[in-house]
Design a protein. Structure first.
Length: 463
């Protein structure tokens, strides 16, 4: 508001000053030029009127002069005999100098500011001949106070009119501009808010462009706010999942260790099996959380064009899970081609995804069950990795939702309280990022079949 007020005041003052200067300049110029032109023509007419009734007296009487009823005085001089003169006894010296320079009818005004002692308002010379008693006429006229007063009032009226015109022009020109600025100020103050109201300035100028920029910025801020809110909600769900997933295995592990140390009669094998299972789960959970954060931050699994040998990776994962499988009463086996099978993916991320698949099959299997991972060539230039188990299996509806974050089957919810579907959701996301297909299907006669297919890669990255 202060800026708008200062802007209006400055424009008003500038308009008034410019108008005043223009009025004064035009008035002075008009007066000078008008009076000079009037004097030029008026003196000739006056000379003709004055000399018409008494031409012989002027031409024969040296020092002839005449005074009109209005106080205008006419004096005659012999141009050949007149000297430089003085204002009292002869023509005005300045007018004589101008006449000598070739000016035919020089005139001069005695302004009170510069000639306070002068009894005349002005003087003018008229050259009639080169010599003779009436060859040079000097006209002098007294101050005209009444006309000066009228001129002053006319000038004052012009100044007042100029001020009024400046005020009206300021209102007419500046007021719409200030209204546009006020709307832009209001829109900028509500930028990003739900109650944002656009300035709706569609004019094709800088302010209209600023209005459109504000609308675009508001839309971008709203979009970013929605994205941040979604990330906040996802983070809250993620932290809730982490707290839920960590609480159960830690409590179970603590209980197993306490029983193993305080109750010697308790079978140690069952306690060790539970402790190992919890430890494997915690390790997998920590790795999954780290990988989920990387994928959530947009880390590209194919950045740097990495290569990983899929057969060796699968064997490492199987060996790591075989001890847990034996304690649970299951077997874990794998089959791979003799030749190396390379794929394009981050090695750590791919190994963690395979571990999630096999760990899911082991932990959901039943005692005496089997888990098999088979790696083979699907067709030239492609591979197929199949993970089979003979667990309880899934319904058609549950198969369609496998890999969704937070989804757990009904059987899983009854058998175990821990887990949030994080592992399989990471497998699904990683396959999508690197261009692998992922499919879940029932295994015959029972269990689950998971198939991953994708393109093979050369051992060395292209240079």
């Amino acid at each position: 508001m202060r800026l708008r007020n200062r802007l209006a005041q400055r424009i008003l003052v500038a308009s008034a000053l410019l108008g005043l200067l223009g009025t004064l300049g035009a008035s002075v110029l008009a007066i000078v030029l008008g009076v000079d032109a009037a004097l030029t023509h008026g003196i000739r007419m006056s000379a003709a009127l004055v000399l018409a009734p008494q031409p012989s007296e002027c031409r024969t009487t040296p020092g002839w002069h005449f005074r009109s009823p209005d106080g205008v005085e006419v004096r005659a001089f012999d141009l050949a005999q007149v000297g430089p003169g003085t204002p009292d006894t002869g023509p005005d010296p300045e007018l004589m100098a101008r006449l000598a320079r070739g000016e035919r009818e020089p005139s001069r005004f005695y302004l009170p500011l510069f000639h306070p002692d002068s009894a005349w308002a002005g003087a003018s010379l008229l050259k009639l001949a080169e010599a003779g008693p009436c060859s040079l006429l000097e006209f002098r006229w007294p101050p005209m106070h009444e006309r000066a007063t009228v001129g002053v009032w006319v000038l004052v009226s012009a100044v007042l009119f100029t001020m009024l015109a400046a005020t009206l022009s300021t209102f007419v020109v500046v007021h719409p501009l200030l209204q546009r600025l006020r709307r832009l100020h209001r829109a900028a103050g509500m930028l990003g808010a739900t109650r944002y109201r656009s300035a709706a300035d569609g004019q094709d100028d800088e302010l209209g462009e600023l209005s459109r920029v504000l609308d675009t910025t508001h839309a971008r801020v709203q979009e970013d706010a929605t994205h941040i809110e979604a990330q906040k909600s996802a983070l809250e769900r993620h932290l809730a999942d982490v707290a839920h997933d960590l609480k159960t295995p830690i409590a179970s592990l603590q209980l197993s260790l306490e029983l193993a140390s305080t109750t010697p009669t308790e079978p140690a094998a069952a306690l060790l099996r539970q402790g190992l299972e919890d430890t494997v789960y915690l390790t997998s959970l920590v790795d999954n959380l780290h990988l989920a954060c990387q994928l959530g931050e947009g880390v590209d699994p194919t950045a740097g064009d990495p290569r990983v040998e899929l057969g060796q990776t699968m064997e490492r994962v199987v060996r790591r899970l075989q001890r847990l499988a034996r304690l649970l009463g299951l077997t874990v086996e794998c089959s791979r081609p003799d030749e190396a099978l390379w794929v394009r993916c981050n090695p750590t991320m791919l190994e963690q995804a395979l571990g999630n698949l096999l760990h899911n099959a082991v932990t959901h299997g039943e005692e005496g069950g089997h888990v098999v991972a088979v790696l083979e060539d699907a067709e030239p230039g492609r591979f197929r990795l199949t993970v089979l188990d003979d667990g309880p299996g899934l319904t058609a509806e549950e198969l369609g939702r496998m890999g969704e974050r937070g989804f757990r089957t009904q059987a899983t919810r009854r058998r175990a309280t821990r887990g949030s579907g994080l592992g399989l959701s990471i497998v699904r996301e990683l396959c999508h990022r690197v261009g692998f297909s992922l499919a879940f299907a029932p295994n015959s006669p029972r269990g689950l079949r998971v198939v991953i297919e994708g393109p093979r890669a050369s051992e060395d990255a292209p240079r």
